[in-house]
Design a protein around this ligand. Structure first.
Ligand code: PLP
Length: 448
């Protein structure tokens, strides 16, 4: 293994080579010769270590990380509590397969999920390894519990990359292109996207529009579940209009369909609450979790009303690695750390800094069409100011300019034109402000 020459790592952004540096470039060559080209690469810099909000690359450069590995490393990278828990667990028990012989960690994670997810009704959980796998299992629950088959998702939705999850995902290229056919009886209805909806459209009106499509194209009596991201992530950090989720959840209740919240990206303190559903006061029948749940290790869950979850027959759930003991130990430590450090409050604080500064940038540059989100899940939509049309090229130029200065800023959205801010919830304020300084200078240089 190639080791960096730097033994003392910087606590702030610091570039000692151009990006990517020579070691990264040689690893990129090896990558190109052996890794499938379908595996994307947003920032071509190889990372060998990390810290609170920082990434250290193989050439001795230190970057500020505004992506948290897609919203995973909320508690730190690595978080010391997670490191200790993982070390102890991996040294005593690495794997049994919970279906073969159980262990306490799995049960303890399910207890935490029951405690933290919205609602105090009796709950049950199943643990899986990835978000997409959890989405698949939520669909199993909905179909078994209702005896119906139709699953409804929103426009702009992202639910993962397995075949069923792709069927639920609303964006074709690059996710779905060439991979069909997808599982049948999956339907999309209009979402609430206030910036692009008719001006002044309320949440209630957006639900009427969605339900009209749903009842006409699918039939209310056929719907097993409506699956929503309470704050859409990959679609462009879209917060639905007030009342949209409440009304949609009510429609589900009245019509015997499960209301399923995909909180994979928005869960575990990211939005300033345990779950984005909490902001709206909604109680989903099923909550899907993954990403930040286990502090950087792969773990996912489906948590829901006991009567629905237990509609699945014994043996109907499973998987070799689901709820792996090391991942469970990491999750318990990560959740403890979220509580002890009050990361919900930290997320809100980060959100205030981000929105204040981005709003000021938007005031100076009409290309920044909207700044939106909750807590530490913020998006800035880049547009052609005259028409309001999405400007993916402009967003990409800004992201690249920041990346060249050592700020890992990624773009997202159905139209690829949203700058996405998902910093670690333990990122120091000084790093966040430094990253925003870089963005502000890039905007001044590249925008009108
Ligand atoms: C990331 C994500 C998924 C997929 O999770 P994987 O672990 O990548 O399979 C599903 N839904 C949402 C909302 C996500 O952000």
């Amino acid at each position: 293994m190639t080791m960096s020459t730097t033994s003392v790592r910087a606590l702030q952004r610091e570039l000692v080579t151009e990006l990517p540096g020579p070691r990264s470039r040689s690893m990129l060559e090896r990558r190109g010769a052996t890794v499938a080209r379908g595996v994307g690469c947003a920032v071509p810099t190889f990372i060998e270590a990390a810290g609170a909000g920082l990434l250290h690359d193989v050439d001795g450069n230190t970057l500020i990380d505004l992506g948290s590995g897609l919203g995973v490393t909320s508690v730190g990278n690595p978080a010391p509590e997670v490191v200790t828990a993982v070390r102890e667990q991996v040294a005593s028990l690495t794997h049994t397969c919970f279906l073969a012989t159980p262990y306490e960690g799995y049960v303890a994670v399910c207890e935490e999920l029951a405690r933290l997810t919205p609602g105090d009704h009796p709950k049950r959980s199943v643990l899986l390894s990835t978000g997409a796998e959890a989405v698949e299992n939520a669909v199993k629950v909905a179909r078994a519990a209702t005896g119906r088959t139709a699953i409804v998702a929103l426009d702009h939705a992202y639910h993962g990359r397995t075949n069923l999850a792709l069927a639920l995902t609303a964006k074709n290229a690059p996710y779905k292109q060439h991979f069909g056919p997808f599982v049948p009886d999956i339907h999309h209805i209009p979402a609430s996207y206030p910036y692009r909806d008719p001006k002044g459209m309320t949440g209630k009106e957006a639900v009427s529009r969605a339900v009209e499509t749903l009842e006409r194209q699918v039939g209310a009596e056929n719907v097993a579940a409506v699956v929503v991201e309470p704050l859409q992530g990959e679609g462009g950090i879209v917060v639905p209009a007030p009342g949209f989720l409440t009304e949609l959840a009510d429609w589900c209740r009245r019509n015997g369909a499960l209301f399923v919240a995909d909180e994979i990206q928005s869960g575990f303190c990211r939005t300033g609450a345990w779950f984005a559903s909490d902001h709206e006061g909604i109680t989903p029948d099923l909550v899907i979790t993954a990403k930040a749940l286990a502090g950087g290790l792969p773990l996912a869950g489906v948590t829901g009303r006991a009567e629905f979850m237990d509609a699945v027959q014994p043996g109907g759930f499973g998987g070799t690695f689901g709820g792996n003991p090391v991942a469970c130990a990491a999750a318990l430590a990560a959740i403890r750390s979220m509580r002890e450090q009050d990361l919900r409050a930290k997320a809100r604080q980060i959100g205030t800094t981000l929105t204040t500064r981005l709003t000021a940038i938007a005031a100076a540059h009409p290309e920044v069409g909207e700044v939106r989100g909750r807590g530490a899940m913020i998006g800035a939509e880049i547009v052609h100011p005259d028409t309001g049309r999405p400007d993916a090229h402009g967003a990409d130029r800004l992201a690249r300019a920041c990346q060249a200065e050592g700020v890992v800023l990624l773009t997202v959205g159905t139209y690829g034109n949203v700058l996405r801010f998902l910093p670690s919830l333990v990122m120091p304020e000084t790093l966040l402000n430094d990253a925003l300084d870089v963005l502000e200078e890039s905007c001044d240089r590249l925008l009108g």
